[in-house]
Design a binder for this molecule. Structure first.
Ligand code: PLP
Length: 421
């Protein structure tokens, strides 16, 4: 459920007509609903209310400071994968003891930043990283809580580019070697082993892979405890999918996901951390765009819109589908037309949808790409020197620009021409 609905024939974000945002801020623009964010975060909390837990929002899915502040104020922790994301989480007011640091290639400056600023736990992804963190922490006179990310060799049955739990993926250490690596970690200075970490992929639409992975984590936890390790936390990652098509069967709900966690690891008495991103913010955002031209092709009509692959990369990168809907609801029974919806960027990959079913559109008409809150704005670029897409947050009947569209001067001002040219 989200808060983008038609009222009096016009698509609204909560109580704000989206046409109003389009005219005041311009297009393309991302629009997020505070109510949907709050609701989705609450669903994960509720799903784990049977145990001590922390819901760590995956910052990579949407790292706008206002979004992080909203979730942080609700009590969310943050899962970060870079120094930049750590800085954002802290700037949004989230204390270090609610931040977990994941990622396969943490650098020394990034790890130093986290140790100095405070960190709940570092999720280690390899032995070289473990040694590097140990040496660094030791040299700083610090002891860092760590979990080791294990790769359970489970097929997440998702898009290959976002599957992370198979043995051929770059993530974590093979679960078969975990006992050895934990023994090594326990002997290293500067590290305090506190937990086990796993994350098998994104946009999972079935609970079976989660169940398989978490059963392996439970078995490992028992073995680690028997070997004398004090395992008090389990970080079970993110990955629960969202419905990208209104007409499709929906993925499992957070409450059902929470039930799987309870059934697989609930008896271990560990504190549970999860790292949902997409499921919290995906359907809390849309991308608003205006039709520039309607171009008649030989066998098809093109809707050329002012959003492009640089603003929303998922269709070009993953072949992803986003429902495209008109801002003005067509009259009941109005005829639909098939359009290939494309952006202005000079690549054929800049195609959002082929044969999208829409009412007859005209230049100046407005459309919304649904389910665009996650992995949307964060992946945007200025390719073709198109100004970085702005973001707006709606709450009730008001809205604010939470990232402004840069001017051409600002864009150009980031480059410099050396004196010797
Ligand atoms: C990407 C990622 C997540 C979030 O995945 P979602 O599918 O957005 O829930 C969580 N944890 C880690 C380690 C990740 O890489």
């Amino acid at each position: 459920m989200d808060h983008f609905t038609y009222r009096n024939g016009e698509l609204h974000a909560e109580d704000v007509p989206l046409t109003c945002i389009a005219s005041q801020v311009g297009t393309p623009v991302y629009v997020y609903s505070a109510a949907t964010l709050t609701r989705h975060f609450g669903l994960f909390r509720q799903a784990l209310d049977w145990t001590d837990h922390l819901v760590c929002f995956a910052v990579k899915s949407n790292s706008n400071l206002a979004v992080l502040k909203l979730l942080g104020d609700l009590g969310a922790g943050m899962d970060v994968v870079s120094g930049g994301e750590y800085a954002r989480a802290r700037a949004a007011g989230v204390p270090g003891d609610r931040i977990v640091f994941s990622g396969v290639g943490k650098t020394i400056p990034e790890m130093r930043m986290a140790i100095e600023g405070g960190i709940r736990q570092m999720n280690l992804e390899s032995e070289p990283e473990m040694h590097a963190l140990s040496a660094l922490a030791h040299s700083m006179g610090a002891t860092v809580p760590v979990a080791i990310r294990v790769n359970p060799d489970v097929d997440a049955k998702t898009h290959e580019k976002i599957a992370t739990g198979k043995s051929e993926n770059k993530f974590g250490i093979p679960i078969s070697r975990a006992m050895e690596v934990y023994a090594e970690a326990a002997a290293l200075p500067g590290l305090r082993v506190v937990g086990v970490d796993v994350h098998i992929g994104s946009q999972l639409t079935d609970l079976a892979p989660f169940r398989a992975a978490y059963l392996k984590v439970a078995e490992l936890t028992r073995a680690l405890r028997a070997a004398g390790h004090d395992i008090s936390r389990l970080d079970l990652g993110g990955g629960l999918g969202i419905p990208y098509r209104r007409d499709n069967s929906a993925p499992p709900l957070p409450i059902e996901y929470g039930q799987v966690i309870r059934e697989t690891v609930g008896d271990l008495g560990c504190q549970i951390e999860i790292e949902p991103g997409r499921n919290i913010v995906g359907n809390a955002g849309i991308l608003l765009s205006r039709v520039i031209y309607v171009k008649k092709g030989e066998d098809r009509d093109f809707l050329i819109v002012d959003a492009a692959m640089n603003d929303l990369l998922r269709p070009a990168m993953y072949g992803a589908h986003h429902d495209i809907v008109p801002l003005i609801q067509p009259p009941l029974g109005a005829e639909q037309q098939g359009y290939d919806v494309v952006g202005p960027v000079c690549e054929s990959g800049d195609t959002f949808q082929k044969g999208a079913s829409l009412p007859a559109m005209a230049p100046g008409g407005l459309v919304a790409f649904r389910s665009a809150g996650a992995y949307g704005a964060v992946m945007a670029s200025e390719y073709n020197s198109r100004p970085l897409v702005p973001e707006v947050l709606v709450q009730g009947d008001h809205f604010a620009v939470i990232r402004a569209r840069p001017t051409y001067d600002e864009m150009l001002g980031r480059d410099s021409i050396p004196a010797w040219l």
